[in-house]
Design a protein around this ligand. Structure first.
Ligand SMILES: Nc1ncnc2c1ncn2[C@@H]1O[C@H](COP(=O)(O)OP(=O)(O)OP(=O)(O)O)[C@@H](O)[C@H]1O
Length: 283
């Protein structure tokens, strides 16, 4: 296996607050990996550690074998970051924004044009960014993250605040990037998004990872399958299939009523998340 991101007993404390607690994991090249957690669970801090923006309190993390913080000069050319806040220069055009960063990174102008084309921003590229929709701004941030041909892209809540069409476009784009071999590390609150996009997910709670697996395995291991029975009078009964006694007693209550439909219902990733991580974090 060829791991590109590795964390070993990674911890981060702010004053007396432990934001990230003993994270150990590795992510393979080409993987789409999702870090899922409530507000304040430690997702952004994990990204900041992995990308070398802040030093760990203890433990270590690396990209392609280079220590994220102490070997930033090696790590920076390998990564792209799409942050949670859309920190672009509103008074500049999309083109100027990209050109500014291209110069900073020593990237050729032709790459800017290539990315404006790839991210469908060519037409509006000379308009001021503060006239862009949220979806366009997000695509501009992705273009910026791609300037240096990164091997890994970190997305912090990539579809937060986007309308469903723009969110779908961004998800499609993430899939396309992964298909070109780029490793994707993303954080999200959106369980459906994680389920449809990620090869593996980790649930983080109060700074600790409580489980890492594929969405499918998590559903198989922790999800109760249920039968949804719709009666002719439109009443719906949901019965867990694992509990035979309960199933039999519920079926008896149906008695002579006509059954319209019986569907088997799989647990969703959200069900599993709530089961394992509970509701929102306590401050
Ligand atoms: N610079 C900082 N100084 C002090 N505390 C911080 C700092 N950054 C984060 N924290 C705290 O660490 C914890 C984890 O924060 P983090 O931003 O990583 O969570 P998150 O999972 O990304 O949340 P959200 O989904 O709301 O963005 C929170 O309790 C937060 O208040």
């Amino acid at each position: 296996m060829d791991a590109i991101i590795e964390a070993q007993h990674l911890c981060k404390e702010f004053k007396n607050k432990r934001a990230v607690n003993d994270l150990t994991f590795s992510i393979q090249r080409g993987e789409i990996f999702g870090l899922l957690g409530h507000n304040g669970a430690g997702k952004t801090t994990t990204i900041r550690l992995l990308t070398g923006q802040i030093p760990p309190t203890s433990g270590s993390c690396s990209i392609s074998g280079y220590h994220s913080f102490t070997e930033q000069h090696r790590v920076k050319p390998l990564i792209g970051i799409v942050p949670e806040t859309q920190n672009v220069y509103g008074r500049m055009s999309g083109y100027e924004n990209l050109l500014f960063f291209a110069r900073l990174y020593g990237v050729k102008k032709t790459r800017v044009n290539e990315l404006l084309e790839q991210l469908h921003l060519k037409q509006a590229c000379h308009d001021r960014v503060d006239t862009y929709s949220n979806g366009m701004r997000q695509r501009l941030l992705i273009a910026r993250a791609l300037l240096n041909h990164p091997q890994v892209i970190f997305f912090d809540e990539p579809t937060r605040g986007l309308d469903p069409t723009s969110a779908r476009e961004i998800r499609e784009l993430i899939r396309q990037l992964a298909n070109t071999g780029i490793t994707i590390f993303l954080t999200t609150h959106n369980m459906e998004e994680a389920d449809s996009l990620c090869h593996r997910v980790a649930f983080i709670k109060s700074g600790s990872i409580i489980v890492i697996d594929t969405p499918q395995n998590l559903k198989i291991k922790h999800g109760a399958r249920k039968a949804r029975i719709t009666l002719a009078n439109q009443q719906e009964i949901i019965i867990p299939l694992s509990d035979t006694q309960y199933l039999m007693s519920e079926l008896q209550t149906i008695n002579n009523q006509e059954i319209l439909m019986i569907h088997s219902q799989e647990a969703t990733l959200e069900d599993i998340f709530i089961y394992l991580a509970g509701k929102e974090e306590q401050p």
